[in-house]
Design a protein around this ligand. Structure first.
Ligand code: NPQ
Ligand code: MG
Length: 371
């Protein structure tokens, strides 16, 4: 495949409501959109990093530099041998920076699949036409506000609720949601690394609420701590931040540090690695679900395709566009009976709306591409 240009574009999109997690509050999503131009196609992707390195060590300004100065030159060095499947190997000497690598690989894969007239779902091996949608609900100022928000999402049709928790916002909100909405509700929590093993007894206090899982209670590098915690609480532990390459998934499974894995293509370095994690987990009977990073329609389209693979057995954070954005960068993803439709067109299968994109663009850099 022959790339003619790579463009990096910083956009800022307002969120419909502030989103508070244990690591901070966002009222807009800043994101870098990557556009790869070839003779016959345009490939699109977004870098999931945030403006500050709080979810993980990556952040957008750093990511733009890594893509420009360290990743793209390694792809140029491949010459005519460049394919999406060769991107990960070519950038492997660069340590870390999974989200930056994922964005670049995904934009190239989109262009390649559009040239070949194959959809993401078809390429990755999706077996479903629609995927069940869950929603991630931020930390709120009061229990009443939380109950109102959850009631609204359930009315819209979301099939699973994930509550963000932190010390001081855990047992009471979970109890209130369970009591108000009943034992049938699929309910889980996400701590984004806010606890330590010393909180084990406190976290066991969530056991009576029959949660599907507790996501990432401890630090990202604390697999052993999670394995220990798993022996002290009944709620299944799900890892998010701890799992980068597929080898991490294998390690976590061997240690007994998890019973479920949140697969986020951005965090693991792209859709090809995400598929490998899906496969490793499936081979061990470990269920997975598709996480989210407040993606625009560009990233959401590819996530929904991934969530169509067979071992994605729990509803993901694959919410409708309206969960985050009044105006998405593509035609909005909408809930149909609690499900999102897997796009079937070539590549990511959705078109970027040029006027909307222009309206939210803060800066554009043409990096070029020469071999
Ligand atoms: C998670 N996502 O599962 C993440 C965390 C997250 C849907 O809960 C800006 C950029 C804001 C990235 C907020 C969901 C974010 C962000 C939350 C990621 O842990
Ligand atoms: Mg998470």
């Amino acid at each position: 495949m022959k790339i003619e240009n790579i463009e990096l574009r910083r956009v800022h999109i307002p969120l419909v409501r502030p989103f508070r997690t244990s690591f901070g509050t966002s009222s807009e999503r800043a994101v870098t959109i990557v556009r790869v131009t070839t003779a016959d196609a345009e490939g699109w992707a977004e870098c999931a990093a945030d403006t500050s390195p709080l979810y993980s060590s990556e952040f957008l300004d750093g990511s733009d530099l890594v893509i420009r100065d360290h990743l793209i030159p390694r792809l140029q060095a491949l010459g005519d041998r460049l394919t999406a499947e060769r991107v990960a190997g070519a950038v492997e000497p660069v340590k870390g920076h999974a989200m930056s690598k994922a964005a670049l690989e995904t934009a190239i894969l989109d262009a390649q699949l559009k040239e070949a007239d194959i959809s993401f779902g078809g390429y990755l091996g999706a077996v479903r036409d629609t995927v069940p949608a869950g929603v991630s609900v931020g930390i709120m100022d009061s229990i009443d506000e939380l109950l109102e928000a959850v009631a609204g999402y359930l009315e819209e049709g979301y099939l699973r609720i994930k509550l963000k928790i932190e010390p001081g916002w855990d047992l009471e909100p979970v109890r209130a949601v369970r009591e108000r909405f009943g034992e049938e509700l699929l309910l889980q929590v996400d701590a984004n690394t806010a606890y330590t093993l010393a909180d084990a007894r406190h976290l066991a206090g969530l056991d009576p609420f029959d949660l599907l899982l507790m996501e990432q209670p401890l630090k990202e590098d604390d697999l052993l701590g999670h394995a220990n915690l798993a022996k002290r609480i009944r709620t299944p532990i799900c890892l998010d931040e701890s799992i980068e390459p597929a080898r991490d998934a294998a390690t976590a499974i061997t240690l007994g540090a998890r019973s479920v894995i949140n697969v986020k293509p951005a965090r693991v370095g792209g859709y090809l690695e995400a598929r490998r994690i899906h496969d490793v987990a499936a081979a061990h009977g470990v269920p997975v679900w598709c996480g989210g990073m407040l993606e625009t329609g560009i990233g959401r389209a590819a996530n929904v395709a991934l969530a169509g693979l067979p071992n994605f057995v729990l509803p993901g954070d694959t919410s409708a566009s309206s969960r985050y954005y009044e105006q998405d960068l593509t035609a909005p993803f909408v809930l149909e009976n609690g499900h999102l439709r897997v796009p079937t067109g070539p590549g990511i299968g959705v078109e970027v709306l040029p006027d909307v994109l222009a309206g939210v663009t803060a800066s554009v850099t043409d990096i070029g591409f020469s071999t």
